[in-house]
Ligand binder design. Structure first.
Ligand code: URA
Length: 293
């Protein structure tokens, strides 16, 4: 006999999903069927509920009946979809992610003096994406990433590659200015990065360049030194945010020095140029005859 979902349980589930969405989390674990286990219920022919945060243990009969009822009810399929899943156009998709971010108060940075949220800028179909740490004073004032002195240097780096700023997409790990330009704290990065992951999954770049240690460590979920991470490729798929395009294989990720660091230690510009040349080679970009300063 089909199990009908208790309205209270239904409400609690929808609430839980809504809460996850508020935090920018849209993807949940899907347990693969165990060896010899059918993906269909023998009596009803309905596939079991595929999403759960707690399906790693054996499912007692009542629980699986509940799961089945949820699958039939289709509520989570609807509730779990991200707003941007409904559109194919990345311009629209980015707008929906920005709307979802709203006037964000999810972490403490919202009450530590930020003027505005700095979402990201550039070509929504970019092959190349740069990810920095977080907005500074100029970015906070203008609402655009990398517009201060470090931004001028990033512009020069992009130009030296034979590209224009509007060809690439630029974003940060956190979207609000940390007070005094301090490094964003782990909880702030964790709260904000689902939105960055969704931006990357929408843009589907061929290459992501992590600018500095904060971006590298957060994107790669690794704690290695910048020296260990530079000069090589990583395969990258945005965690927790599947691209709506199943044909996108993910990006390659390279790590280089943050432009603000290069302003303090210009001797590392040569090493940075080597990293960018590695990116250009992969993207098939010829440098202009006379590289910009
Ligand atoms: N530094 C960053 O990491 N991001 C910016 O947007 C500006 C400076």
């Amino acid at each position: 006999m089909p199990y009908s979902l208790d309205p209270e349980l239904r409400r609690a589930l929808v609430e839980r999903v809504r809460y996850s969405h508020e935090m920018g989390i849209y993807d949940f674990y899907r347990r693969e069927p165990r060896l010899g286990e059918s993906t269909e219920n023998a009596s009803t022919g309905v596939a079991p509920f595929p999403f759960s945060t707690e399906l790693r243990e054996e499912m007692p009969a009542r629980k699986s009946a509940v799961a089945l009822a949820i699958a039939e009810d289709n509520i989570l399929e609807i509730a779990l979809s991200r707003p941007e899943d409904r559109v194919a156009d990345p311009v629209e998709a980015l707008k929906l992610i920005r709307e979802d971010l709203g006037d964000c108060t999810r972490c403490k940075l919202h009450k530590q003096g930020r003027k505005q949220i700095v979402f990201g800028v550039g070509n929504p179909r970019a092959e190349l994406m740069f990810v920095g740490e977080g907005p500074g004073a100029d970015e906070d004032a203008q609402g655009e990433p990398f517009v201060g002195r470090a931004g001028q240097l990033l512009n020069n780096m992009i130009k030296a590659m034979g590209l224009r700023r509007e060809d690439v997409y630029i974003a940060n790990v956190v979207k609000c200015r940390p007070p005094g330009n301090r490094t964003p704290e782990p909880d702030e990065c964790e709260t904000c990065s689902p939105f960055l992951m969704r931006q990357i999954a929408t843009i589907k770049p061929k290459v992501v360049v992590a600018l500095g240690a904060t971006a590298a460590k957060n994107l790669l979920a690794m704690n290695s030194s910048l020296g260990d991470l530079r000069g090589r490729w990583f395969d990258f798929k945005p965690s927790g945010a599947q691209s709506s395009d199943a044909t996108w294989p993910g990006a390659r990720l390279a790590v280089t020095y943050h432009p603000a660091y290069l302003l303090r230690d210009p001797r590392q510009k040569g090493e940075t140029w080597k990293d960018l040349q590695m990116v250009m080679k992969y993207l098939g970009i010829e440098p202009p005859k006379k590289a910009a300063e």
